[in-house]
Write a protein that binds this ligand. Structure first.
Ligand code: CP
Length: 302
């Protein structure tokens, strides 16, 4: 993993995922370790973010490193017409590691090819969000005691949801069964179903929520992403398609946990927040430990 960019979850092996989870568990026990002293991490966010950017920055701070970057490309020379290539080449001079979120699919791969330091993809359009995926794996392993043989229900925007695409690929090493619960307009894309078919992994597709979550170990809720729709009317049609309510959790498995990469809009009713099966805020905390582990491994410090 040393000096290796993390662009897609497919860039890493199963053994590398497990190693990151092992190191993340170490950071959870002892999150303040000054191993990044003298190092600089650049966070380039061309799209809005709360959790990804701030958990990366929290992770760097707790490890004694420094953060540079921007949260809005309009405050950078991109607004003057500077290319992504020139931006990345320049920032490579100022940092040991670049964390980038960008709306264009493939932008992180391109950045990793031109950068002279490793690049971590913090989300590229509807494509991939590998660090979210690793924190999701950490959360699943922590709550279930295993990653093997779990039933995972993915709910909501499975078409544009980069977190479900990354998670599906990573979980494919651990013999899962999936329920894909989405309206017809937002179904899991064919390429991901083909990927599962080739690996012999079972999945079922549904459009109804309540009856199809009862036997799940994990319910992975997602937001319908307004920013990915070209036509606002299409968004209006599906924006409230699923709202998970406390009452729907009756009869679900005792071990079941509800995950959500957040932000939520209204797909999880706030009455679910106090249910012990709600895990989305601890999941966001796990992002700090997991991102500490990812940076430590890429910089060869663990
Ligand atoms: N989960 C996630 O990527 O959240 P942010 O968009 O707030 O970073």
């Amino acid at each position: 993993m040393k000096n290796k960019s993390l662009v897609s979850i497919a860039d890493y092996t199963k053994e590398e995922y497990l190693e990151i989870l092992r190191v993340a568990a170490e950071f959870e026990k002892n999150p303040v370790q000054k191993i990044l002293e003298g190092r600089v991490v650049a966070t380039l966010f061309f799209e809005p973010s709360t959790r990804t950017r701030l958990s990366f920055e929290s992770a760097v701070n707790r490890l004694g490193g420094r953060v540079i970057g921007f949260t809005d490309s309009s405050s950078s020379s991109v607004s003057k017409g500077e290319t992504l290539k020139d931006t990345i080449l320049t920032v490579s001079n100022y940092s040991d590691l670049i964390v980038m979120r960008h709306p264009l699919e493939g932008s992180a791969r391109y950045a990793s090819e031109v950068a002279t330091v490793p690049v971590i993809n913090a989300g590229d359009g509807a494509n991939q969000h590998p660090t979210q995926c690793l924190l999701d794996l950490f959360s699943i392993q922590k709550t279930q005691g295993t990653l093997e043989n779990l039933k995972i229900s993915m709910v909501g925007d499975l078409k544009y949801g980069r977190t479900v695409h990354s998670l599906l690929m990573a979980m494919s090493y651990f013999n899962p069964t999936f329920n894909f619960i989405a309206p017809d307009e937002l179904k899991m894309p064919e390429e991901y179903k083909l990927f599962l078919d080739k690996k012999g992994i079972v999945y079922h597709e549904f459009t109804e929520l309540a009856e199809n979550i009862k036997d799940s170990d994990i319910i992975y809720m997602t937001r319908v992403q307004r920013e990915r729709f070209a036509d606002p009317l299409e968004y209006e049609k599906v924006k409230n398609v699923y709202i998970l309510k406390n009452k729907m959790l009756e009869g679900t498995k005792d071990n079941m946990k509800i995950l959500h990469p957040l932000p939520r809009v209204n797909e999880i009713s706030t009455d679910v927040d106090s249910n012990s099966k709600a895990y989305y805020f601890p999941q966001a905390l796990n992002g700090v430990y997991t991102r500490q582990a990812i940076m430590a491994k890429i910089l060869g410090l663990k």
